[in-house]
Design a protein around this ligand. Structure first.
Ligand SMILES: Nc1nc2c(c(=O)[nH]1)N[C@H]1C(S)=C(S)[C@@H](COP(=O)(O)OP(=O)(O)OC[C@H]3O[C@@H](n4cnc5c(=O)[nH]c(N)nc54)[C@H](O)[C@@H]3O)O[C@H]1N2
Ligand SMILES: Nc1nc2c(c(=O)[nH]1)N[C@H]1C(S)=C(S)[C@@H](COP(=O)(O)OP(=O)(O)OC[C@H]3O[C@@H](n4cnc5c(=O)[nH]c(N)nc54)[C@H](O)[C@@H]3O)O[C@H]1N2
Ligand code: SF4
Ligand SMILES: [Mo]
Length: 719
């Protein structure tokens, strides 16, 4: 029996657990109380890892399609056969049509992402895309980089506690945001931190907040400009910071003057006096910080809304101060090193994520439209496109039209079910890796280590190496361990404290945190063209965009499309995270599914009764793109004009061929056709028109199918 420290990746990651291994099997998991970020905490997803690893549905060996695509017939093959087949198909396609006909896709930032970039660069294709890049952290990162040259997060880890946290379009006590952990905001609340929450839903923090702004989904940009207007016109800003460290203040003042509170209240559905109170509080309580989420990134206003919100902590004098909104240390800049030619599959979005991800819609559309050329093969690693990308029907048809589709996953999913070859992926206790947390502001290096082998599962990274070897391509390293050690050496060149670290040492230590520094801009200026905090962005101006934050009414709302209100009277938002699930994962994990067995759609009692719906009824949700069904949760605190449905849903118990992907999947309702952000291509997953009605036909079947299935009542001892 042996114990290992291992960083958990059951979500973006950040907790460290101690795993006990007996006869090669993980037998217990307990949170490490010394861990630098999680400090002895763990959530139910992390603690369910043993159930996940040894689940009877786990993909354990490579399989190839036997019969029609998506027909559910599979033949087990050896790794050699699977890798040889993939290598020869990709080589053949590359030699005949050029490497660009091969595309790769991933999703939320898992361990494999930097190495997938390395793999596509070795392949020679610029066509790497993602279900997350354009609508999850990408716009926030770009807002940070174009405004201050850095990405920032809450300073939870110093001796100074934030006195006030603005929580905007984020639900960090569940989601942990994008890499921060969920325990810290709750601890701050206990210790007296004030909260200002901007959310259409009364979240745990909205409940505790001093001010809750119940914004109309999709109207965040206008609200941010209204708040900036109060801070500027009432001269509540930090005068020293504005005079000495900002660029374009006068221009911003003029722009914000267009957003008087009467207008903003009308657009946002938030009362004027509440907006004013929030602005005054933001300017007066110090240190103040910002937890911002993906909600307003999933809109056609993504870039400019992120810029406007990013300015709030800075203008109020809280930028890079202890307990405030602090700059990332970028411990692992080498992860961003792959220099790729930009993809043509990006339409006209001049200002994409720092990594030039192709637009997922363009990449899939090119399969059939052949615009600008035909995409023939797709390599999918850690992505469930049918569930996570907008317009699931379009995704289904595009993937079905591919000449060659390879999917690597932990379980069979509706997306993997369409593959020619399915590869079994390792889970976090089966993978060697070092990574930085919080995911995007990087102030601690954590270590994952392989402590067990399950079936023939492999780390994605090993597949990239194997495929390159077989295709005669230069991956730039013979083993994953070499890459990890190179990365640690590169970190040490900037952080001398890390000089003695190699992977073996990291496995013992579990983590490493170089000391934090504050007010970095005072030493070296801001990393922007002007050296200042750019309220007016020179970079966006250079690209021909609006250098000042702005807001436009999204394309499918009660205001922009009054003609649709008769048929679609409500504003829909999707995607709120739930503790039990990570995106589309975990629906087959009994202990988690039992806690949250069905997708819920939240609506106001008046909305429910208007439509003959009671709490617990199954409901149809319709948009012009499609119809799905979820179970009603009637909540008095939501605006009667708003409907909030769960996302990520498919039903393992529905089985092959489609695993119920059309039944309750929020992305049947969404589409890139609803409009994209002109800078980045971010699409509308929140704030579109919808209708609801009672569903008397299907709900009962969905419930019965689950309760009668082994997913409700697995007998693990039998397998
Ligand atoms: N409507 C709506 N849609 C959304 C969102 C929303 O809010 N609303 N949110 C969006 C966001 S922010 C994101 S990031 C995307 C995420 O979208 P996806 O990245 O598609 O997310 P997942 O559902 O996690 O799918 C990833 C798959 O990876 C598998 N997996 C887990 N670990 C590994 C591994 O180590 N290797 C491999 N090969 N596979 C692994 C899982 O089993 C799962 O099937 O979804 C987006 N879609
Ligand atoms: N347990 C768990 N944790 C996760 C994930 C998960 O699936 N499960 N996913 C991970 C991923 S990939 C990401 S990107 C992060 C995302 O995590 P967060 O950024 O916290 O995002 P969400 O939970 O989707 O939404 C946050 C809040 O936005 C509100 N909201 C909805 N529409 C709007 C709107 O138009 N405006 C405003 N202001 N608010 C709105 C919702 O009510 C919700 O409370 O979480 C990560 N962590
Ligand atoms: S919060 Fe994330 S990292 Fe922590 S235990 Fe849960 S899944 Fe693992
Ligand atoms: Mo995400």
């Amino acid at each position: 029996m042996k114990e290992y420290k291992c960083a958990c990746r059951g979500c973006h990651g950040g907790c460290v657990h101690i795993l006990t291994v007996e006869n090669g099997k993980v037998v217990s998991v307990r949170p490490d109380k010394d861990a630098p970020l999680s400090r002895g905490h763990a959530c139910i997803k992390g603690l369910s890892i043993i159930e996940q690893m040894y689940h009877p549905d786990r993909l354990l060996y490579p399989q190839k399609r036997a019969g029609a695509r998506g027909g559910g017939q599979w033949e087990r093959v050896s790794w050699d056969e699977a890798l040889d087949t993939i290598a020869s198909r990709l080589t053949e396609l590359k030699n005949t049509y050029g490497a660009k006909c091969i595309s790769a896709i991933t999703g939320t930032g898992r361990h494999l992402v930097p190495y997938l970039w390395r793999f596509t660069r070795a392949l020679g294709t610029p066509n790497i895309t993602s279900a997350g890049a354009l609508i999850c952290i990408g716009p926030r990162k770009n807002a940070g980089f174009s405004t201050s040259g850095a990405f920032c997060c809450v300073d939870y880890y110093s001796d100074t506690r934030p006195e006030c946290i603005v929580v905007w379009g984020a639900n960090p006590t569940v989601s942990g945001g994008d890499g921060e952990l969920q325990w810290h905001p709750r601890r701050c609340a206990r210790e007296g931190t004030k909260f200002i929450v901007v959310d259409p839903q009364k979240t745990e923090l909205a409940e505790k907040a001093d001010i809750w702004l119940r914004v109309r989904p999709g109207a965040d940009g206008a609200l941010a400009l209204g708040i900036l207007n109060v801070i500027i016109s009432e001269r509540l800003y930090d005068h020293d910071f504005v005079e000495n460290w900002t660029f374009g203040f006068e221009e911003l003042r003029e722009r914000c003057a267009e957003y008087d509170l009467t207008r903003v209240a009308e657009i946002t559905w938030v009362p004027e006096d509440l907006i004013r109170r929030a602005a005054r509080m933001m300017a007066s309580v110090k240190p103040l910080s910002l937890e911002w989420g993906c909600a307003f990134e999933q809109s056609c206003n993504a870039t400019q809304t992120c810029r406007a919100i990013f300015m709030l902590p800075a203008l109020t004098g809280n930028y890079d101060v202890p307990g405030g909104f602090v700059e990332s240390k970028h411990i692992a800049p080498t992860k961003r090193d792959p220099v790729m030619p930009p993809s043509e599959l990006i339409n006209d979005y001049p200002y994409r994520s720092l990594k030039p991800y192709a637009h997922p819609y363009e990449a899939l559309d090119a399969v059939r439209s052949e615009r600008p050329y035909k995409v023939r093969a797709l390599m999918s690693f850690a992505n469930n496109s049918l569930i996570s990308l907008p317009d699931s029907k379009f995704v289904y048809e595009s993937i079905s039209a591919l000449e060659f589709f390879v999917c690597m996953d932990v379980f069979m999913t509706p997306t993997a079910a369409l593959a020619d070859i399915v590869l079994p992926a390792a889970l976090w206790p089966e993978v060697d890796c070092v990574f930085c947390m919080p995911e995007f502001s990087e102030h601690t290096v954590l270590c994952q280590q392989k402590v067990a082998q399950v079936g023939e599962c492999k780390a994605d990274e090993d597949v990239f190496i194997e495929l390159c070897r077989r295709m005669g391509l230069d991956y730039g390293a013979d083993s994953q361990r070499d890459l990890i050690n190179t990365e640690l050496r590169n970190m040490a060149s900037r952080f001398p404290e890390m000089a003695a670290l190699d992977f073996d040492k990291m496995k013992e230590l579990g983590w490493f945190t170089p000391p934090r520094t504050y007010y970095n801009y005072k030493k070296r200026g801001f990393k922007t063209p002007s050296g200042k905090f750019e309220l007016y962005s020179n970079e966006i101006a250079r690209l021909g965009g609006d250098p000042l934050p702005s807001w436009v009414e999204p394309p499918v709302t009660p205001i922009s499309r009054p003609d649709l209100i008769g048929e679609y009277p409500y504003v829909l938002t999707t995607g709120t995270r739930r503790q039990q699930y990570f995106i589309s994962n975990n629906r087959q994990i009994k202990s988690l599914r039992r806690q949250y067995p069905f997708p819920l759609v939240r609506l106001h009692p008046d909305t429910a009764s208007e439509n003959g719906i009671s709490d617990g009824d199954w409901v149809y949700i319709r948009t012009p793109h499609g119809r799905i069904t979820q179970k009603a949760r009637v909540e008095p605190d939501i605006d009667p004009r708003v409907v909030n449905c769960d996302f990520g849903w498919w039903y393992p118990e529905a089985g092959a061929p489609d695993y119920g992907w059309q039944e309750s999947n929020a992305n049947v309702l969404t589409s890139c056709e609803d409009g994209c952000d002109p800078y980045m291509g971010s699409y509308q997953l929140r704030g579109v028109l919808c209708a609801v009605s009672k569903n008397d036909d299907r709900g009962h079947d969905i419930e019965r199918r689950y309760y009668e299935s082994e997913y409700y009542d697995y007998d693990y001892d039998k397998v």
